[in-house]
Each structure stands twice: as C-alpha cells, then as structure tokens.
Write a protein that binds this ligand. Structure first.
Ligand code: 2BA
Length: 147
C-alpha cells in the first residue's frame, strides 16, 4: 500500500522534471536515414524522438532500426541510406506522457522505457523525461524522508 507520505511525490506534476525540447536531439520524419544515422552517432544516444515539421511526436528511432533496414543477405547496404526515409523505419508505437501527468505515471512507465516523450494538450512535443531524472528525484525523496 502507498503511504500518505509517498503520495506527495507520486502526485507531483512532471512539468518541473522535463528536459526541454531545444535540448533534445531529434530527427524529422521526412529526413533520410543517412542524416538520422549521423545524428544518432554524433549525439551518442541509442534512441531519439522523431517529430514532424509542426513538432508533433511521430515515433522513436534507434541505430538498430536503421541498420536492420539496410541489412542485405551478405553485407550492410550503406548506399541505400539516402533513399530510406525516417518514417519508413521508425517505431510508431510510442508510449508518451502528457504534460499534465503525474510522477506516478512516469515512474510506472520508465521501468520499461529509458526515456519518455512529453507532449502538450495540442500533441506538440515539449521534451523528454529520462530514467536518470526519475531515479534522481526518487533518491532525493527517499533520503529526505528517511533521514
Ligand atoms: P541511452 O542513449 O541508451 O543512454 C543511457 C544512459 O547513458 C543515459 O541515461 C545517460 O545516463 C547516459 N548517456 C548516454 N549518452 C549520453 C550523452 N551523450 N551525454 C550524457 N549522458 C549520456 P538517461 O540520461 O536516463 O537517458 C535515457 C535515454 O534518454 C537515453 O538512452 C536516450 O535514448 C534518451 N536521451 C537522453 N537525453 C537525451 C537528449 N538530450 N536527446 C535525445 N535523447 C536523449
């Protein structure tokens, strides 16, 4: 059972813990896979959000998704990268948070996802909440309440 003490953390709005969109590496759905691979490699992130021109969340993209799309029978066909669009290879089934969601929903979801995209009321991408941020807040709260 959740004690009344912990409710304060779980009911907290997520908006203060978001990494805002301008700091998040992303690609556009119409970009080609060559550009996307460059972004993923340069930033070092294993997975990043895919947005449309209006900044709406469309999917998630990882290096693995790109590599799999150019996997031939005997070799990786790098020359095909420029002809593949991001929206052909991305994962469209994104679990996301709404800006009005609470810490509890983020905590539940972050068990299976390293980060969660956050959208506003209009569906516009506002940023991400990472596993690191959630763990940091949880740690801070536990230490403060068990001192
Ligand atoms: P990953 O790229 O698999 O990164 C796993 C963890 O490794 C990160 O956890 C972070 O602690 C560290 N890490 C990886 N690349 C880093 C870098 N370039 N600079 C600093 N630390 C780095 P979290 O911070 O919890 O992030 C979880 C996931 O969220 C990342 O998984 C990545 O997919 C995504 N992510 C985090 N920050 C991002 C950003 N600014 N732009 C795009 N995606 C981001």
């Amino acid at each position: 059972m959740i004690s009344t003490n912990n409710r304060a953390l779980l009911d907290m709005p997520i908006k203060d813990f978001i990494i805002s969109s301008e700091k998040v590496a992303h690609v556009q759905s119409g970009n080609n896979a060559e550009h996307a691979l460059l972004v993923l490699t340069k930033t070092g992130y294993s997975s990043i959000p895919v947005l449309d021109v209006k900044y709406r969340l469309k999917g998630l993209l990882s290096t693995k998704m790109i590599t799999e799309s150019i996997l031939g029978l005997e070799r990786i066909e790098y020359d095909r990268l420029a002809d593949i669009r991001v929206d052909e290879v991305m994962n469209q089934e994104v679990v996301y948070l709404k800006i009005t969601d609470t810490f509890q929903r983020a905590l539940d979801l972050v068990i299976n996802h390293a980060f969660l995209c956050v959208v506003d009321e209009e569906g516009t991408f506002v940023g991400i909440m990472t596993r690191r941020i959630i763990l940091k807040q949880l740690k801070k709260y536990i230490y403060q309440h068990n001192a």
